[in-house]
Design a protein around this ligand. Structure first.
Ligand code: SDX
Length: 383
């Protein structure tokens, strides 16, 4: 019986230069830079450049990328037509997945549509930037459409985070809100071989195309054990109500053997390195919107659950209430994660395509012993 590693837990599947997650030191480096430093000092556009190119951009490089990104922010008319065909109660991650699939089918038409035939590194870097630029309008329209509102045209005089908020809410956001949102997008951008990124690498390893890899990654991220957790955190807060209800709620939830969303992590076992930075952003939003009740509930649940189970919050725990305070619908939270993580996914797609080796693990058989059809007699149909 070989040593089966269920869920690939603890398995080092490949090497990567994109990011380093170190649970021993509780650190996360993007191309060598501590994520806390990037979140505190950089616009998300610069971090996207870093993930794709391996270096922070020089001024001219950032200007060039900004110009190309701002020129592609508008909601694509075909995408809008397609989204308007979807049921309003379709899951917003299905909306985003469908939109990316359309963009890919159109872009790759006539190219042979596999990574080795669908263009060079330059082509796939260009496509990565296109998705980075296009997703905010898709996510923003998704929320507005569900509220019966028309899309808000993109602005090219706002940076990425400010424009994303503008297209979602139709008004300019306070700098405190823009900064908190920018930090969240940087923190969500990349995290080594998480389930959705590894999914993208598996698809890339067959020499499929970049869009198919991103669509597959969106499917993986949708699950509540992964990206869907930030939405689930908000639902937990709504269930509990206020801080005084935490002990009783937790008694019931743990008795039902529920996973408490926003807590725990496959790699970090003594706390997620990103939480302190996102918690600082949450604190700034709580002060800005004067909502101390949010922090009371947040702190009560965290201290009670950590005391009882010794399991710590992950990034989804502070980001859920932060996005709620900003005004995003709960159903929009995981699509926000897509808009951020598309930078990490595409950086890994490019890396996997360059180093290419088909990802195909082994399995351990535990089914029926060998047997043969000549012994098979069809049972009489049920009377
Ligand atoms: C993300 O991988 C990444 O990097 C992901 C991510 C990224 O940036 O890409 O960081 C983003 O996905 C963060 C995680 C978001 N998911 C959640 O918040 C969902 C709730 N968390 C759990 O489902 C769980 O913690 C996982 C799935 C995140 C990790 O689980 P593991 O490492 O597989 O550990 P496990 O499920 O085997 O748990 C070990 C024990 C179990 O108890 P026993 O069965 O041994 O008695 O701890 C318990 C678990 O039941 N446990 C929890 C729990 N997390 C672990 N119990 C209750 N609530 C939890 N949240």
């Amino acid at each position: 019986m070989s040593d089966v590693k269920k869920g690939l837990a603890g398995v080092v599947a490949d090497v990567t230069a994109v990011s380093k997650v170190d649970p021993e030191t509780n650190t996360l480096l993007y191309r060598g830079y501590p994520v806390q430093e990037l979140a505190a000092t950089q616009p998300f556009e610069s971090v996207a450049y870093l993930l794709w190119h391996g270096e922070l951009p020089a001024a001219g490089q950032l200007d060039e990328q900004r110009a190309a990104e701002r020129a592609q922010r508008a909601l694509d008319p075909d995408v809008r037509t397609l989204l308007d065909m979807l049921p309003l109660d379709a899951h917003p991650m299905d909306d985003v997945r469908t939109a990316v699939s359309l963009l890919g089918a159109r872009e790759l038409a006539g190219t042979g549509s596999v990574l080795d035939a669908s263009g060079s590194v330059e082509d796939n870097l260009r496509r990565s930037l296109t998705l980075f630029a296009a997703l905010p309008a898709i996510v923003a329209y998704g929320q507005r459409r569900r509220r019966g509102l028309e899309p808000v045209p993109a602005r090219d005089d706002l940076d990425y985070a400010a424009n994303f908020l503008w297209m979602t809410f139709g008004e300019e956001s306070d700098p405190v809100v823009v900064d908190a949102f920018n930090r969240s997008m940087i923190l969500y951008a990349e995290h080594s071989f998480n389930a959705s990124t590894f999914t993208a690498r598996v698809v890339t390893s067959t020499l499929s195309d970049l869009y198919s890899a991103v669509v597959a990654a969106i499917g993986a991220l949708k699950g509540p054990l992964h990206g869907g957790a930030n939405e689930a955190v908000m639902r937990v807060f709504d269930e509990i109500g206020d801080a005084s209800q935490v002990p009783a709620w937790l008694d019931t939830a743990l008795a039902q053997k529920r996973k408490i969303m926003g807590f725990g992590h496959r790699v970090y076992k003594r706390g997620d390195s990103r939480v302190p930075t996102m918690k600082t952003a949450l604190d700034s939003l709580v002060a800005h919107y004067d909502r101390p009740d949010v922090l009371e509930l947040y702190s009560a649940l965290e201290s009670e659950f950590v005391a009882r189970k010794g399991i710590y919050p992950n990034l989804d725990y502070p980001s859920g209430p932060a996005y709620n305070l900003i005004g995003f619908d709960t159903a929009t939270f995981t699509p926000l994660f897509v808009a951020a993580r598309v930078t990490g996914w595409t950086a890994h797609i490019l890396e996997q395509a360059a180093s290419n080796a088909l990802i195909r693990p082994m399995s351990q058989y535990d089914g029926a012993a060998e047997r043969h059809v000549d012994g098979y007699v069809p049972l009489a149909d049920e009377l």
